[in-house]
Write a protein that binds this ligand. Structure first.
Ligand SMILES: *[C@@H]1O[C@H](CO)[C@@H](O)[C@H](O)[C@H]1NC(C)=O
Ligand SMILES: *[C@@H]1O[C@H](CO)[C@@H](O)[C@H](O)[C@H]1NC(C)=O
Ligand SMILES: *[C@@H]1O[C@H](CO)[C@@H](O)[C@H](O)[C@H]1NC(C)=O
Ligand SMILES: *[C@@H]1O[C@H](CO)[C@@H](O)[C@H](O)[C@H]1NC(C)=O
Ligand SMILES: *[C@@H]1O[C@H](CO)[C@@H](O)[C@H](O)[C@H]1NC(C)=O
Ligand SMILES: *[C@@H]1O[C@H](CO)[C@@H](O)[C@H](O)[C@H]1NC(C)=O
Ligand SMILES: *[C@@H]1O[C@H](CO)[C@@H](O)[C@H](O)[C@H]1NC(C)=O
Ligand SMILES: *[C@@H]1O[C@H](CO)[C@@H](O)[C@H](O)[C@H]1NC(C)=O
Length: 819
């Protein structure tokens, strides 16, 4: 009994304290425009509209208007208005370099000869246009903006359009706590980071309390209003409500009540799993946005649905892009169930007028399939011209086949994006993501054509672009030059048919690999375009990411994330790098298989890589494998079943003989090549080594011979001798063997291969965990076999010579036979 009362008292005291401290803040201004009396709303006092803050060209140009027919459900603030018939300014003294909310209340009514529904005006501050050519619709509207004010005064200017007038019912200028907008966010760049939020002017487009009722300004910690999500849900029946406000625990170091109140974090919309036991669906919300702007999307999460930690894993999408894979609130929220967490995501410049936010179940952790969202805020970001307004014409692409247009169209970008993406990538997210999720995030870098005032720049040529699969940044040549120390020869890390690959550092510190194509090579150009298109559409942890490209001055430059550990091939032979152990090799194969599996299945049409080889599998600093080099990729097999392929492409030693014979391209050609890679990884020798005795030259043939005899252990990498568990090797050998089946139909899918490799890994690990004694007695190749005594050191020299003509790789020869 006493407890409840004390609790209430505490809440009451703290809210009184809060009101006292916040509304009393010296530089907060609440004005009830046009009113001669102070107006109290939800415990806050809006001051009478004396003209002390207002300057107008002539006093009379700012009329005060009082509504004649006030109905009871109108806010008191809407009873009066101030009408501006000429440009007028409100000037407030504020703290500089602080963020302020500017809330403008509009409720048009008719006063004298002024029909406010016909008003048409613009509102701006010193640095930003907030609204332009605005005509408030009937009914009330509150528009909320925030900006970081750089001087010690904030001047808000109301400018009527010609032959019209402006009006305002109420005005709030309220300081925003510093913690509310941090400088960085996840974005769609490969580095996943957006920097520079603190300088952005923002307009609140949506603020939603998922799974709960409206949270009114008086119940919010900062007088925000949170609307229920019902009207935004795309399919109501897929979602259900949870409410457990008491379960919210604001953890130290995490979001505070100021970020969002418990009434927001304590309710959620989740997957309606009861109605759909298959669990295989997303919950989606849709919002109206203005094309031509970027948006900051803040996802609020709080695990109020799990019974214990580490139950809930789900995916978070923006449009069709995976923003966060396997979001694990337990880890992100300090291992405290019910601790809030939020995720800031910056979108690309929008093309369409709908923004979709989805959550869906994990495809890996399937024990407790569920997904939740507790709150969502969508904030429009100012354009490169500092404006939050302005109409942008979105054009549809012309279908010209002009090369420059095609490239531009597939990746055309605006200055803002370039600036944002390339020059602002500097900083780390303050709240470091505990998992690697941010590095696998990608969203649409949608592009846009048309009215250039939001996108003009010396870098952007305003290329018209199609909606949909447009990603990547066009990077100015100057920036590429800087990054590579003007293509310093000593920074070259690879050479191939396509050109040279340089190591580089963007001026934000991001390490990159810069591939500079030889000019005017027609094949190179086709591959350049394919690569951009492919890498722009496919985002995956196990596919190497494209950071940008440059096609200025006839250049064909591709800029990738830098892969610290180079190619898998270099770790196998010929480079003197330390040998990888069996577990590392298995994990690399599994990673690459995941990447290929995603290519084959992750999209409506399968994509065939066509040049799978150990030199096209790269390793990051943690030896995580990523598939690279999509220059030859094709969607298929539909395309090539109807039309006979015009060219057989790939690399010697990896090429699917069936594809070579029949010129019919399917995913199974990649599977064949991958099988060769598996043997290469096991045996650590070049796939073609002409220095060896004839029957040994071709690794695929040689290894298959031993595999069929059941004596694969005879030819494995000497470094692995005695270190592979027989079961693991058997599984691995069988898998590779199946990949090399003569006929594509007999080869497994990448999914099967993935499964088998994981199994091989388990078999390997089982021995270490299970029976340590077995280690020494039951491992492969105790008697060092004679057969594998070919000379590893010697082969590298000839192999390197042999490879000069390859595309950009340092391995098997790429070949191309036009048919
Ligand atoms: C409105 O409130 C302010 C301060 O709270 C006070 O100084 C002012 O006199 C009041 N004005 C009217 C018209 O009551
Ligand atoms: C405002 O911007 C300046 C840089 O222009 C920055 O130093 C400051 O921290 C920002 N303030 C807030 C509250 O974001
Ligand atoms: C005010 O203007 C609106 C929009 O033009 C119009 O629909 C409405 O009838 C007008 N009201 C009056 C009283 O003239
Ligand atoms: C406001 O006036 C401008 C021209 O002065 C016009 O282009 C614009 O369409 C008008 N806006 C509305 C909402 O009527
Ligand atoms: C969810 O909550 C909202 C607001 O409280 C309510 O209107 C809606 O009917 C609820 N939906 C379900 C499925 O319970
Ligand atoms: C504020 O919250 C309390 C309890 O959470 C609720 O009883 C009250 O109705 C809310 N007030 C408004 C205006 O929503
Ligand atoms: C969820 O939405 C994403 C993005 O649109 C899509 O890729 C994914 O397949 C969807 N998942 C399910 C289970 O429908
Ligand atoms: C927003 O305006 C600021 C200047 O106030 C500018 O630095 C920034 O680049 C603009 N944002 C975008 C996305 O262009």
């Amino acid at each position: 009994m006493g407890c409840g009362k004390i609790g209430l008292l505490v809440i009451w005291v703290s809210s009184v304290l809060c009101l006292a401290c916040c509304s009393g803040s010296q530089d907060d201004y609440l004005i009830d425009c046009g009113s001669t009396t102070n107006t109290s709303v939800a415990g806050r006092v809006f001051l009478a509209d004396t003209s002390s803050y207002l300057s107008t060209p002539e006093k009379l140009l700012a009329n005060t208007a009082t509504k004649s027919d006030s109905s009871s459900d109108d806010l008191p603030l809407y009873q009066t208005a101030r009408i501006f018939t000429g440009t007028s300014k409100y000037t407030f003294s504020v703290g500089s370099n602080r963020r302020y909310w500017i809330r403008l209340y509009f409720f048009p009514f008719v006063y004298d000869t002024y029909n406010m529904s016909t008003a048409n005006f613009s509102v701006s501050t010193q640095n930003h246009v907030l609204i332009s050519n605005f005509s408030p619709k009937a009914g009330s509207a509150m528009k909320e903006f925030s900006e970081n004010v750089t001087s010690d005064t904030l001047v808000i200017t109301f400018a009527p359009s010609s032959n019209s007038f402006a009006f305002l019912n109420a005005l709030e200028v309220v300081s925003v706590p510093n913690e509310l907008i941090s400088d960085d966010a996840i974005t769609i760049t490969p580095s996943g980071k957006f920097k520079g939020l603190v300088t952005q002017a923002l307009e609140t487009v949506a603020r939603v309390n998922m799974g709960g009722p409206t949270v009114t300004s008086e119940n919010d910690t900062l007088w925000r209003t949170w609307l229920p999500d019902q009207n935004f849900l795309v399919e109501n029946n897929l979602a259900t409500n949870v409410s457990k406000i008491g379960a919210v625990i604001y953890a130290k170091g995490g979001p505070t009540k100021l970020i969002a109140p418990a009434s927001v974090y304590g309710t959620a919309t989740k997957m309606n799993s009861d109605a759909n036991p298959q669990y295989n669906f997303n919950v989606t919300w849709e919002f109206d946005v203005d094309p031509g702007f970027q948006y900051l999307v803040r996802y609020h999460f709080c695990d109020i649905v799990s019974i214990s930690l580490n139950q809930l894993y789900f995916n978070v999408y923006l449009d069709s892009y995976l923003v966060y894979e396997e979001l694990d609130l337990s880890t992100l929220a300090f291992n405290i169930l019910g601790a809030p967490y939020y995720l800031d995501v910056v979108t690309g410049t929008r093309v369409g007028s709908k923004l979709r936010v989805s959550i869906g179940p994990s495809s890996i952790h399937t024990e407790y399939p569920d997904a939740i969202l507790n709150g969502l805020e969508i904030m429009k970001m100012n354009s490169s011209m500092g404006s939050l307004s302005g109409s942008v014409i979105v054009s549809n692409p012309s279908s010209k086949k002009n090369v420059a247009v095609v490239i531009g169209a597939s990746v055309g970008v605006f200055a803002a994006l370039i600036l944002a993406g390339v020059f602002f990538l500097v900083y780390r997210r303050r709240r470091k993501l505990a998992r690697q999720g941010h590095s696998k995030t990608w969203m649409a870098f949608s592009t846009n054509g048309g009215n250039s005032h939001t996108m003009g720049s010396k870098y952007s040529n305003g290329t018209i672009a199609s909606a949909g699969s447009n990603f990547g940044y066009r990077i100015p040549f100057l920036a590429v030059q800087e990054a590579t120390n003007n293509f310093d020869e000593s920074w070259v890390i690879g050479i191939g048919g396509f050109g040279k690959v340089y190591k580089g550092t963007l001026n934000d510190g991001t390490k990159v690999a810069v591939k500079r194509g030889n000019p005017r090579s027609q094949q190179g150009l086709a591959e350049f375009q394919t690569e951009i298109e492919m890498l722009s559409q496919f985002r995956h942890r196990h596919l190497v990411s494209l950071i940008g490209y440059c096609d200025e001055k006839n250049e064909m430059i591709l800029i990738y994330e830098y892969m610290e550990n180079g190619t898998v091939k270099s770790h196998l032979y010929g480079s003197g790098l330390p040998s990888l152990d069996w577990k590392e090799r298995l994990e690399i194969c599994i990673g690459a298989a995941r990447g290929l599996h995603y290519l084959h299945t992750g999209y409506a049409k399968a994509v065939i890589h066509r040049d799978v080889k150990s030199a096209n599998i790269l390793l990051d600093e943690n030896l995580m494998a990523k598939v690279a080099d999509f220059g030859l990729s094709k969607t298929g097999p539909e395309i090539d079943q109807t039309h006979v392929s015009t060219a057989v492409k790939g690399s010697f030693g990896y090429l699917d003989p069936e594809y070579f014979r029949r010129q019919q391209l399917t995913e199974k050609s990649d599977v064949y090549s991958f099988g060769v890679v598996l043997f290469e990884v096991l045996c650590a020798r070049p796939v073609i080594d002409p220095t060896l005795p004839r029957e040994m030259v071709n690794l695929a043939e040689w290894a298959m011979k031993w595999q069929k005899r059941g004596q694969l252990e005879q030819i494995i990498d000497p470094n692995l001798v005695g270190k592979i568990r027989p079961d693991s090797l058997r599984k691995f050998g069988e898998t590779a063997e199946k990949c090399l089946s003569d006929f594509g139909v007999d080869r497994p899918s990448m999914g099967d291969i993935l499964w088998n490799l994981e199994y091989a890994l388990q078999l390997q690990e089982a021995v270490l965990v299970g029976d340590p004694e077995e280690n020494s007695t039951n491992l492969i190749g105790e008697l060092a076999p004679q057969v594998n005594n070919f000379n590893h050191a010697d082969t590298s020299v000839s192999a390197a010579q042999f490879e000069v003509s390859s595309v950009d790789d340092l391995s098997g020869i790429s070949m191309s036979r036009e048919g």
